[in-house]
Write a protein that binds this ligand. Structure first.
Ligand SMILES: C[S@@+](CC[C@H](N)C(=O)[O-])C[C@H]1O[C@@H](n2cnc3c(N)ncnc32)[C@H](O)[C@@H]1O
Length: 275
C-alpha cells in the first residue's frame, strides 16, 4: 500500500491508490457492467446522479456511456482518486462531471440535490457506514433512488476444494474485516431501513462459472479475483499468515480453469431503495 489519506469515517483503504490499482478499478467496472451495474436502472435524461466513493471514476464511466443524458457527480476522500476519475471521464468525453474530494459522511451538496445515488464496492471499506447512509438520504430528493452493490468475502466457493485456498480465503476475510466490512452485502437491507430509506430490497445475485470447452468465463472470473487478492498477500503475511500456503492457495485459484471439474461460485448483493 502506498501513502494515503484518512477521513474520520474510514480506516486505511486496503487496495491503495497506485495507478495500477486505478486501472484495475476501470477494468473491474467494465467486467461487472452488464451483469451487475446496469440492469434495471430507472434513470431518465436530465436527472442528477451522485457516485459516493467514486474512486477512479470507473462506475461513473459505465453509467455515462449507458445513460448519456445523466448529470453526473462523484466524491471520494482521496485526491489521487478524484484526479484519476477526472482524467478517465475526460478521456470518455465527459469533462462536465462535478467531481469533489471529500468525506462521504459530510457531503458538500444541499438537501435534495440528486435524483439517484450509486454506491459500488464502497460499503465494504467503511466500518461506520450508518451516518454516511443517512447523509446520502439527505442529498437525495424525496423518492430519489439509491443502488448499492457489495459482495461478501466468505461466499467464494471453489471446486476442487483445496485447504490452501480456504486458508487464503480466511486471510482475505480477516483482512477485509480489519479494514471495513467483510459481510457488507448481507447487511445492506437492514442498514438502508435503519437509515430511513423506504421500498428497500436486497437481491442476492449468484455468480457461478465452470470449466467447459470453448468458454473462458471461469478463467476470466478467477483471474479477475486473483488480481485484487495478489497485491494484498504481503499484508496477509504481516497479519501472521504463512506466505507459502497463501501462494499455493492463489495458485489453486489461478489454475482451476484447467481442471476438468473446475468451478467457482460467489455471491453479490444488489440493494435498492427510495429516499
Ligand atoms: C473499492 S473503491 C471503489 C470505487 C468505485 N466505487 C468503483 O467501484 O470503482 C472504494 C473507494 O471509496 C473511497 N472511500 C472510502 N471511504 C470513504 C469516505 N469516507 N468518503 C469518501 N470516499 C471514501 C476510497 O478512497 C476508494 O476510492
Amino acid at each position: 500500500m502506498d501513502g494515503m489519506s484518512q477521513s474520520p469515517s474510514s480506516p486505511l483503504y486496503l487496495h491503495g491508490y497506485s495507478p495500477a490499482e486505478q486501472r484495475r478499478l476501470v477494468e473491474q467496472a467494465e467486467y461487472w457492467c452488464d451483469c451487475l451495474i446496469l440492469p434495471d436502472l430507472p434513470y431518465a435524461p436530465g436527472e442528477r446522479l451522485l457516485d459516493v466513493g467514486c474512486g477512479a471514476g470507473a462506475v461513473l464511466g459505465v453509467l455515462a456511456a449507458a445513460h448519456p443524458g445523466l448529470v453526473l457527480a462523484g466524491i471520494d476522500h482521496e485526491a489521487r482518486q478524484v484526479e484519476a476519475a477526472r482524467a478517465h471521464l475526460t478521456s470518455l468525453g465527459r469533462d462536465d462531471v462535478d467531481l469533489r474530494v471529500g468525506d462521504a459522511a459530510s457531503l458538500p451538496w444541499p438537501d435534495g440535490s440528486f435524483d439517484h445515488v450509486y454506491l459500488m464496492w464502497f460499503v465494504e471499506h467503511v466500518p461506520g457506514i450508518e451516518p454516511i447512509l443517512r447523509e446520502v438520504r439527505r442529498v437525495l430528493r424525496p423518492g430519489g433512488t439509491i443502488t448499492v452493490n457489495e459482495t461478501e468475502y466468505e461466499s467464494f466457493h471453489l471446486w476442487p476444494e483445496n485447504d490452501d485456498w480456504e486458508y487464503l480465503e480466511a486471510a482475505m476475510f480477516r483482512h477485509f474485516r480489519a479494514h471495513g466490512q467483510a459481510h457488507a452485502g448481507r447487511r445492506l437491507g437492514t442498514l438502508l431501513v435503519a437509515a430511513g430509506f423506504r421500498d428497500v430490497t436486497n437481491r442476492l445475485v449468484g455468480f457461478h462459472y465452470f470449466a467447459q470447452p470453448g468458454c473462458d468465463a471461469l478463467r476470466r472470473h478467477t483471474h479477475y479475483t486473483a488480481d485484487y487478492i495478489a497485491p494484498a498477500l504481503p499484508e496477509f503475511v504481516a497479519m501472521g499468515h504463512d506466505a507459502a500456503r497463501l501462494q499455493r492457495g492463489l495458485d489453486h485459484l489461478l489454475t482451476i480453469h484447467t481442471h476438468p471439474h473446475g468451478a467457482f461460485s460467489q455471491m453479490v448483493y444488489r440493494a435498492r431503495a427510495r429516499a
